[in-house]
Ligand binder design. Structure first.
Ligand SMILES: *Cc1c(COP(=O)(O)O)cnc(C)c1O
Length: 361
């Protein structure tokens, strides 16, 4: 079965570690002697509570999450957090700073503008989001309730290479497309969140890591499912959590630990992306969308400049077992999403394919 698997470069949902999938497969009808699937279990059962607690502990250990921070397992996707964040945090001063460096931070900005006065602290729209602003370019409002940014721009293929310095203003970060790919100093953040479907688990789970003191100040009309306070008080079980996804996250985290934790993941990520950028830079046909210094380690965006040739590349790559390389309509060209579970071998083979295509066209 696994021999027929393709190298899936999809931007999301995307590849999961094979060992996690195989483990889930072996336990799918009878989870460790419980006589039932994790999909069939009460979320209030002892056996599920153990899965839940262990998954939280694994994440806390791997990301080195300090005391005073809570881990929430929520639903409504990363997009749900575009609303939840202002609803919970903006009441402090009524204002917030947003760095707009791509599609998702722009959507988050538009959503937040419903609830308060949003100041654009930086925008890279003028260069079609091909770079990340430097610290000196950030126009910071010391009265902002929080500063919001998106660590990795999934569509444009750029990634922040530094953590913004915002003084006493809490940092809020969307890490959907690069979480678990490198060590993070969680203590610098107020909130880190991620939709699970790129690097963690199947779609349907959103992980929120929140400094506990930030909860409890939601606007009065905040829907209960978006209010961090009751979610913390009920340990994400105010209602039924996404049980299966939480279990899958636990299996992915086991695999991350086996790779040497987040330091190990960073080595793998640097290997994959370094190889791919080097290869692309040496071709005559291909150009990268992201400017050097802003290039993403997770989503590599490139093109030939000729739409027909791009389409030919995507079709031939797909036939050779490298699937989902077509770029997003906003950037055109190609995008290779090389998330945590993409084997190094998949990128090596893609590089060989790119070199051959470059020679032959
Ligand atoms: C995919 C993605 C989203 C949207 O995630 P959903 O879970 O579909 O809402 C948001 N932000 C980033 C950075 C993403 O990559």
């Amino acid at each position: 079965m696994s021999e027929q698997r393709v190298y899936n470069f999809s931007a999301g949902p995307s590849m999961l570690p094979l060992s996690a999938l195989e483990r889930a497969g072996s336990e799918i009808t009878n989870y460790r002697g419980s006589g039932m699937s994790v999909m069939e279990m009460s979320h209030r059962s002892k056996v599920f509570q153990q899965i839940f607690d262990e998954t939280q502990e694994k994440l806390r250990r791997l990301m080195n999450i300090p005391e005073g921070y809570k881990i929430l397992f929520l639903q409504t996707g990363a997009t749900g957090q575009f609303s939840a964040i202002p609803l919970n945090l903006i009441g402090n001063t009524g204002k917030a700073d947003y760095a707009i460096t791509g599609n998702f931070s722009n959507l988050a900005y538009k959503e937040a503008a419903k609830y308060g006065k949003i100041h654009v602290a930086a925008s890279t729209e003028d260069c079609n989001h091909s770079r990340i602003p430097a610290q000196e370019e950030l126009e910071l409002d010391p009265e902002a309730s929080y500063f919001y940014y998106c660590a990795n721009n999934t569509i444009y293929g750029t990634e922040w290479q530094y953590v913004p310095e915002t003084g006493s203003v809490p940092l809020v970060c969307d890490m959907s497309s690069d979480i678990l790919s490198r060590p993070v100093d969680v203590s610098k953040y107020g909130i880190i969140y991620a939709g699970a479907q790129k690097n963690m688990a199947p779609a349907g789970l959103t992980v929120v890591i929140i400094k506990e003191e930030l909860a409890g100040h939601a606007l009065p009309y905040t829907p209960v499912m978006m209010d961090y306070k009751p979610m913390i008080e009920k340990d994400s079980m105010y209602n039924t959590p996404p049980c299966w996804c939480i279990y899958m996250l636990g299996l992915t985290l086991d695999w991350v630990a086996e790779q040497g934790g987040l330091e190990g993941m960073q080595k793998l990520r640097d290997l994959r992306s370094g190889m791919l950028y080097d290869t692309l830079d040496q071709t005559k046909l291909f150009h990268c969308h992201a400017q050097p210094g802003s290039r993403s380690g997770m989503n590599v965006t490139f093109r030939t400049g000729n739409e027909e040739l791009d389409a030919k590349f995507v079709a031939e790559a797909s036939a050779a077992g490298f699937v989902n390389l077509k770029g997003h309509r906003k950037t055109g060209g190609m995008r290779a999403s090389i998330y945590n579970a993409m084997p190094v071998e998949g990128v090596e083979k893609l590089c060989d394919f790119i070199k051959a295509f470059d020679r032959n066209n």
